[in-house]
Design a protein around this ligand. Structure first.
Ligand SMILES: Cc1cc2nc3c(=O)[nH]c(=O)nc-3n(C[C@H](O)[C@H](O)[C@H](O)COP(=O)(O)OP(=O)(O)OC[C@H]3O[C@@H](n4cnc5c(N)ncnc54)[C@H](O)[C@@H]3O)c2cc1C
Length: 436
């Protein structure tokens, strides 16, 4: 007899595992499975990122209300989770700098958004270049925001702990199992895996990160969207630079409508420092190396030419920005120079080791525009989370509660909850704090 699951989550990244964690409390009697193609959770973007618990000042409180709220709540939820499970959580703050008047105007907007998104005047400060120098003498800038409610963590270990806790509550995890094909099976689904195994399930949650668009398309969902992948590369700073600043330093992005942020100065949770990430266009959500990109080059180009992405690749500004990113991938000096603008002391010669690259998959609509927000698509038996990008790891816990609440509200999954208490939190309290 083949086991049938009530809910199958495709993708054991930080999002899929967070959803599994909360479902494990509220639906104790249901059979729930997480299916993951790799041999562990958090294998891809969820452990290949900057490791910041981002303060919510970057997000427009009107247009990105839930993401901003999730980032705000994410900070206190991860802090609690880390203390409870003995994981590292360093509240080391962040600095965002401007180099000219135009950037300062953006900083003023960020400061205002930060306050609107829940930060208070003891969390976030607007400073002149001279004021920031008193505390951070190596930083050169026109103005800066300093936010102390920002932290450094290792999201890979957080995802692993979420899995351990979910398993204790009966969630099953199936590894080395890539979803290859999904077919209707009565009111549910038949999922075919790479290893010839078959899964029967009533409901699918698609949280497959860089593959989520392909899985949605397989189920005839989200067909007007396509995606483009960008590899974010890092360089490790030598030990002599590890005390150069007390906080990580970001600079105001020149082109916020594109997924090209200037590389940052990063302090990792273990105290080491890196610069990055850039955003190099590549051809696969797993295009860490040349071989994988060569293999996916033709299919991806054909897919792009047949979709809205066609307009994007012929867009002049996109081409210029993409070339700049490719340049900073080919030349270490070009990459370091982008950080030297606000941290002139660093010397490119001293960066000799690459960090771990991570891949961001950004969704493009039929007009060739990058979609700025997460996309949620569903039908009666499936729910799809597409374009779940930064600060996705920061907001993963509260955002999972938001998603589960939405699935219940829309009648997609049962409203018979076994439990309101989920680990350290009450489901209903988080919903209230999210303001939905
Ligand atoms: C360079 C970079 C830096 C970032 N820095 C930060 C940061 O500092 N702070 C922050 O909050 N956010 C950051 N982010 C964003 C954050 O890391 C992501 O939003 C988050 O990790 C996405 O999690 P996920 O679970 O949706 O995706 P993923 O981690 O990609 O997980 C999806 C999973 O699905 C699996 N999967 C895919 N297809 C299949 C299939 N067919 N069958 C079975 N399994 C499948 C994959 O193997 C993968 O494990 C960063 C992102 C990047 C790229």
């Amino acid at each position: 007899m083949q086991t049938k699951y009530d809910i199958t989550i495709i993708g054991g990244g930080i999002l899929g595992t967070s959803i599994a964690y909360f479902l494990s409390f509220i639906f104790q009697s249901k059979k729930i499975l997480v299916v993951e193609q790799e041999n562990n959770v958090g294998f891809h973007t969820s452990s290949r990122n900057t490791g910041k618990v981002h303060a919510p000042y970057l997000y427009n409180p009107e247009k990105k209300k839930i993401f901003a709220k999730a980032a705000f709540l994410g900070f206190e939820m991860w802090e609690t989770f880390a203390h409870r499970h003995d994981l590292l959580f360093k509240k080391d703050g962040v600095i965002e700098v401007s180099s000219d008047e135009k950037g300062t105007k953006v900083l003023e907007k960020y400061y205002d958004w930060g306050l609107k998104n829940g930060l208070n005047e003891n969390d976030i400060y607007f400073l002149s270049g001279n004021e920031i120098k008193k505390n951070e003498p190596e930083i050169e800038c026109k103005n800066a925001i300093f936010c102390n409610r920002d932290g450094s963590v290792d999201y890979g270990s957080f995802t692993n702990t979420l899995m351990t806790e979910s398993k204790k509550n009966g969630i099953e995890f199936l590894f080395e199992s890539k979803v290859k094909q999904i077919d209707k099976n009565g009111n549910g689904w038949k999922i075919k895996l790479n290893n010839e195994k078959m899964i029967l399930t009533d409901f699918i949650i698609n949280s497959a990160g860089g593959n989520s668009i392909d899985i949605a398309h397989e189920m005839n969902i989200g067909e007007k969207f396509t995606d483009v992948h960008f590899r974010g590369e890092y360089w490790k700073a030598p030990k002599e630079y590890h005390k150069l600043t007390k906080s990580s330093v970001y600079s105001v992005p020149d082109f916020p409508d594109y997924p090209f942020l200037d590389p940052h100065w990063i302090i990792r949770v273990d105290g080491t420092c890196e610069i990055g990430p850039n955003a190099v266009p590549i051809f696969s959500p797993y295009g860490y190396n040349k071989m994988e990109n060569i293999k996916e080059f033709i299919p991806k180009i054909l897919e792009m030419l047949g979709s809205g992405a066609r307009k994007t690749i012929f867009d002049k500004q996109f081409q210029e920005l993409a070339l700049n990113e490719i340049q900073s991938s080919l030349s270490k000096n070009a990459m370091v120079e982008r950080v030297r603008k606000f941290l002139p002391k660093i010397n490119p010669e001293k960066f000799v080791q690459k960090g771990t690259a991570g891949i961001r998959s950004s969704v493009i609509d039929s007009n060739g525009k990058f979609v700025p927000d997460v996309i949620l698509e569903y039908d009666s038996n499936s729910f799809h989370i597409l374009n779940y990008n930064s600060p996705g790891a920061t907001g993963a816990l509260p955002f999972s509660i938001y998603l589960i609440n939405m699935m219940i509200d829309k009648g997609l999954i049962s409203n018979q909850m076994d439990n309101d208490i989920c680990g350290e939190w009450k489901f209903s309290e988080i919903i209230e704090k999210l303001g939905i």
